[in-house]
Design a protein around this ligand. Structure first.
Ligand SMILES: Cc1cc2nc3c(=O)[nH]c(=O)nc-3n(C[C@H](O)[C@H](O)[C@H](O)COP(=O)(O)OP(=O)(O)OC[C@H]3O[C@@H](n4cnc5c(N)ncnc54)[C@H](O)[C@@H]3O)c2cc1C
Length: 421
C-alpha cells in the first residue's frame, strides 16, 4: 500500500473558514493539513481586503447568538496573537419603520438583552451631529456590538496560529479529488499535480468553488445549492472639512440600510478620507471566469448599482461625501449564495458518511462568524454524531436536508436582503 502523508484532519480551502478550522484543530492537538489552490492570502475568493462588518443585528435569532459568541472569540484570538483584527464601534441599522427585517432585528435585540436605541429622523440627526439623515418614515436602530474586522490580517492571524500549534500549510495545491480510502478507511485527497494526502477526516471550505469541487468529488451525486456571485464594493471621497466626522476614531458606526436595495458600509478607517458604501448584491458568476466588476457590453446593471449608491449617499450623508463624482475605488469579491441566505454546515454523507464535513454558502455575511464556525467544524469532524448532537442547536438551520423537496430552503418571515442584479 502506498505511503502518503497522513493527517488527523485535512482542510481544503484556506479562506477565513478553512484557516480558522485549521487553527482550531491544531490547537486541539490534531495533526492538521490546510490546502489552498492559490497563494495564501490571495484576492480571488471572499476573504481578502481591508474591512468586514461585525454586527449582532440580524433578523434571524440564531445568527445574533453566534455573533455574540464570535465576538468573544475574536477578542481571545487578538490576545493570543498580540495585535488587533477587530476595531470596535457602534452599529447603525436604518430603514422604513415597518420594514419586517428591521422589526425582527429589534425583537432580537430584546431577546438577547442587547443595548439598543431606536431613533427617529430628528433624534438621529442630533445623535450623529447632523451627518446622517433619512426620510421621515424611517427609523434608526443603534447597537453597541458593531465594528470593522480586517479580513486579510485576520486570515493571516489564523494561519500563523495554526502553524504555531503544528499545522502544515500548503498553498498552490488545487485539490481535484476526494475519495474514500477503501483499504484503510478515512479519506484520500488528490492534488492536480498528483500529490496525495490521507486524512482520518476532511473539512471542505472551498468558498465559491464548493459546488464545483463537491460535484466533481461525488461524480455529480451531490448538488450543493451554492451559487457564486460576483460583487463589488466601493469607496467614496469624504469632502474637505468633514473627514473626521466619518472616522471610526470619532465613533462613526458601521451601517446597514434596509431599503431596496440593501446598502451597507463601514466608517473611514483603512484609507484616509474614504468611506466604504456598497450594495449587498451582485451577479451570478463562474469563479474561474470572472468579469472583475467590468460590465459586459450592453449590461446596464453596474451603472444601476452606482446610481442607487449615489442617491443613497446624497440623501443620507448629503454633500459631505462626494456622490456626484462617483466612487474613487472599487474592489471585486465573491459571495457564495444559498437560496435562503443561510449557511451550509453538514456532513457530506453518502459514501463519505461523517468523514467529510462541508461548510459554505456563507452568503455574504460569514466573515464575522469565522471563529465560531471553525470551532463547530472541528467538533463535527472529530466528534461525529456526538458533537453534532451537541451543536444541533447552532447548526440545525444549516443542514443540507432543508433543501430536500424544498429548493428554497428555510422559510423566512422577512424580505430577501441580497439582490441579484
Ligand atoms: C464584498 C464582500 C463584502 C462582505 N462583507 C461582509 C461583512 O461585512 N461581514 C461579514 O461577516 N461577511 C462579509 N462578507 C462575507 C465573507 O467575507 C465570506 O462569508 C467569507 O469570507 C467566506 O469565507 P470562505 O472561507 O468560505 O471562502 P473563501 O474566502 O473564498 O475561501 C475558500 C478558499 O478555498 C480555496 N479553494 C477552492 N477550491 C479549492 C480546491 N479545489 N483546492 C484547494 N483550494 C480550493 C479558494 O481558493 C479559497 O481560498 C463579505 C464578502 C464580500 C465578497
Amino acid at each position: 500500500m502506498e505511503n502518503f502523508a497522513q493527517f488527523d484532519l485535512i482542510v481544503i480551502g484556506a479562506g477565513v473558514m478553512g484557516s480558522s478550522t485549521a487553527y482550531q484543530a491544531a490547537k486541539r492537538g490534531q495533526k492538521t493539513l490546510l490546502l489552498e489552490q492559490f497563494d495564501f492570502l490571495h484576492h480571488r475568493g471572499s476573504s481578502h481586503g481591508e474591512s468586514r462588518t461585525i454586527r449582532a443585528t440580524y433578523p434571524e435569532e440564531y445568527y445574533s447568538s453566534m455573533v455574540i459568541e464570535s465576538k468573544k472569540l475574536w477578542r481571545e484570538l487578538e490576545l493570543e496573537i498580540g495585535y488587533n483584527v477587530n476595531y470596535a464601534t457602534k452599529h447603525l441599522d436604518l430603514g422604513p419603520a415597518d420594514n419586517t427585517s428591521l422589526v425582527s432585528i429589534i425583537d432580537n435585540c430584546r431577546t438577547h438583552s442587547m443595548n439598543y436605541q431606536i431613533l427617529d429622523r430628528h433624534e438621529a440627526r442630533t445623535r450623529f451631529s447632523g451627518v446622517v439623515d433619512f426620510p421621515d418614515d424611517w427609523i434608526a436602530v443603534v447597537t453597541e456590538l458593531g465594528g470593522v474586522l480586517k479580513p486579510t490580517k485576520a486570515v493571516a492571524m489564523f494561519q500563523a496560529l495554526a502553524i504555531k500549534y503544528g499545522a502544515i500549510l500548503k498553498d498552490k495545491t488545487e485539490i481535484v479529488d476526494v475519495a474514500v480510502d477503501k483499504h484503510r478507511g478515512g479519506v484520500l485527497v488528490t492534488g492536480r499535480s498528483g500529490d496525495k494526502f490521507w486524512g482520518k477526516k476532511c473539512v471542505v471550505t472551498a468558498g465559491a468553488w464548493m459546488s464545483k469541487l463537491v460535484g466533481k468529488v461525488c461524480n455529480g451525486g451531490i448538488d450543493l445549492p451554492i451559487q457564486p456571485v460576483e460583487t463589488s464594493l466601493f469607496y467614496w471621497k469624504i469632502k474637505e472639512g468633514y473627514e473626521v466626522d466619518y472616522t471610526i476614531g470619532t465613533g462613526f458606526p458601521t451601517f446597514a440600510s434596509y431599503g431596496d436595495p440593501y446598502i451597507y458600509g463601514t466608517p473611514a478607517l483603512e484609507f484616509p478620507d474614504l468611506i466604504k458604501v456598497a450594495v449587498h448584491g451582485g451577479r451570478e458568476c463562474d469563479p474561474d471566469r470572472r468579469t472583475w466588476g467590468a460590465a459586459p457590453l450592453g449590461d446596464e446593471r453596474p451603472a444601476m448599482v452606482i446610481g442607487y449608491l449615489k442617491e443613497w449617499i446624497k440623501s443620507t450623508f448629503g454633500d459631505r461625501v462626494d456622490w456626484e463624482g462617483g466612487p474613487v475605488m472599487r474592489q471585486s469579491c465573491m459571495y457564495s449564495l444559498t437560496p435562503d441566505g443561510d449557511y451550509v454546515i453538514d456532513f457530506l454523507g453518502g459514501e463519505f458518511g461523517e468523514d467529510v464535513v462541508v461548510a459554505g454558502g456563507f452568503s455574504g455575511h460569514g466573515f464575522k462568524m469565522a471563529p465560531v464556525v471553525g470551532r463547530i467544524l472541528v467538533d463535527l469532524a472529530l466528534g461525529g454524531q456526538v458533537a453534532a448532537a451537541l451543536q444541533e442547536e447552532q447548526i440545525k438551520h444549516f443542514k443540507l436536508r432543508r433543501f430536500e423537496g424544498n429548493p428554497k430552503g428555510n422559510v423566512k418571515g422577512f424580505e430577501e436582503q441580497v439582490r441579484l442584479r
